[in-house]
Design a protein around this ligand. Structure first.
Ligand code: KE4
Length: 431
């Protein structure tokens, strides 16, 4: 037995499914999850001494690679001053200022401790602001594990085949409408069928949680117009795309400004930080300025804000990083697409900026139904082929890859060699 196998056997006796987040359990790809020992730059050594090149980067946060000096130095400097006060600090003001400078829709912002807290809070504020009850989300989008979102959810819920979780009551589910992604007519029909009842439409402006799916031309602008026309709060869930697709996220990239934005992952530099923000007239509903209650013991935590501030400040001051990330990712995506074509597989590869996915289907993937056409057993074999060749991918077809600045040209070459060999192996092709 490997050390990972031993640890996983112990973990399963102590932790549900042996993991602290379902998608880590390798359930849809089979095998034993790899227990990591450390990480540096692009490299992940596991507890058995194997080395992997990381293409997940903690599901997005490690955009500068693992253990970047700029972030670790900031955390080291904050360490001696205690880990938490439960009182306001200067850095929370500085971080709010930076977020407002970077994210077009954000005029006021509240820090929380996860993306889930951010989305749960944003929806509550939208309901408080509008006095309406219903929300609309898109099939295959994942907005964290809040009850209102575990309806036709993506990511781990989709991976485990539980897009509608037990424990979510009918009372909650009845207030969440779902329509296919990229289907503006379905949105219009949902609005017409629920006149003056929709508090918010929440969307991943670029989807990572059914695999990478990009918005059709005009889709986001269409949503913007409908929300303006009907007094519905448009929420961009940029927990994945924020600070990744551009300094100002997808809303900067596509030039569509929502009423509210939720943030996470990169914002904390690897430590637990989430945030929700938006128009001042909406955010002024939040206690204690307004009556919509939301709170958190560790919100704005001194260490987490030190890490987040360091990472965001670096990204803000080095916009050239985005050009590098996008060029690296384009090499990876185009190379993967070319290899699949040469092998006669013609698989679909979707890419936006430094996020991409290889779908095990030759058909286009523009929504959840398309993504579900993928050959999941073949994906599982491919995943393990890549793992055996030292490439660490998301252990699910319904996730995106997240590229860091630590991925060099040599590592792109290593990935592409492994990709070809793993596709051949997964499909029993001749080289
Ligand atoms: P967290 O609560 O996991 O910090 O954020 C929830 C969330 C909200 N919105 C979007 C668009 C997200 O992608 C996420 C979390 N993403 C998953 C990856 N698909 C986190 C990985 C996991 O669940 O372990």
């Amino acid at each position: 037995m490997t050390t990972s196998q031993n640890l996983f056997a112990q973990a399963q006796e102590l932790i549900p499914g042996g993991v602290n987040s379902p998608v880590r359990a390798f359930r849809s790809v089979g095998g034993t999850p790899i227990f990591m020992q450390s990480a540096q730059g692009a490299w992940l050594p596991d507890v058995d001494g194997n080395q992997y090149v990381d293409f997940i980067n903690s599901w997005g946060p490690m955009i500068l690679g693992h253990a970047p000096a700029v972030v670790l130095d900031a955390v080291r400097a904050a360490l001696p001053h205690s880990l938490s006060f439960g009182a306001p600090t200067r850095r929370e003001v500085e971080l709010a200022e930076l977020l407002i400078a970077m994210v077009p829709s954000v005029e006021k912002v509240r820090l929380v401790n996860s993306g889930t807290e951010a989305t749960m809070s944003a929806v509550r504020v939208a309901r408080g602001y509008t006095g309406r009850a219903k929300i609309l989300k898109f099939e295959g989008c994942y907005h964290g594990h809040g009850d209102a979102f575990l309806i036709a959810a993506g990511s781990g819920a989709l991976t485990l085949g539980a897009p509608d979780s037990p424990g979510v009551t009918q009372g909650v589910a009845q207030d969440t409408l779902t329509v296919p992604y990229n289907d503006l007519d379905a949105v219009k029909a949902a609005i017409a069928a629920n006149p003056d009842q929709l508090a918010a439409i929440i969307i991943e402006p670029v989807v990572g949680n059914m695999g990478l799916v990009e918005p059709a031309a005009g889709f986001l602008a269409g949503l913007r117009a409908l929300c303006t026309e009907h007094g519905i709060v448009l929420i961009f869930d940029e927990v994945m795309t924020g600070f990744r697709l551009a300094p100002g996220g997808a809303q900067e990239l596509y030039g569509v400004v929502p009423d509210m934005t939720t943030l996470g992952k990169i914002i904390g530099g690897g430590l637990p930080v989430g945030a929700y923000g938006g128009r001042a007239d909406i955010m002024n509903q939040v206690a204690p300025a307004g009556k919509v209650y939301q709170a958190g013991t560790l919100s704005g935590n001194p260490l987490a804000t030190a890490a987040g501030m360091a990472q965001l400040r670096y990204l803000h001051e080095h916009p050239e990083v985005y050009e590098q990330l996008n060029a690296t990712t384009t090499r990876l995506a185009d190379g993967t697409r070319q290899i699949a074509k040469e092998l006669g597989l013609n698989y679909t590869v979707n890419q936006v900026g430094s996020m991409f996915s290889l779908f095990f289907t030759a058909a286009p993937v523009n929504n959840l139904e398309d993504a579900k056409q993928a050959d999941l057993p073949a994906f599982g074999r491919y995943f393990h082929g890549m793992l055996n060749r030292g490439i660490y991918l998301a252990p699910s077809q319904f996730e995106a890859l997240f590229i860091s600045t630590a991925i060099t040209d040599e590592l792109v070459d290593k990935y592409l060699v492994a990709c070809r060999e793993s596709l051949i192996e997964a499909h029993g092709l001749s080289a």
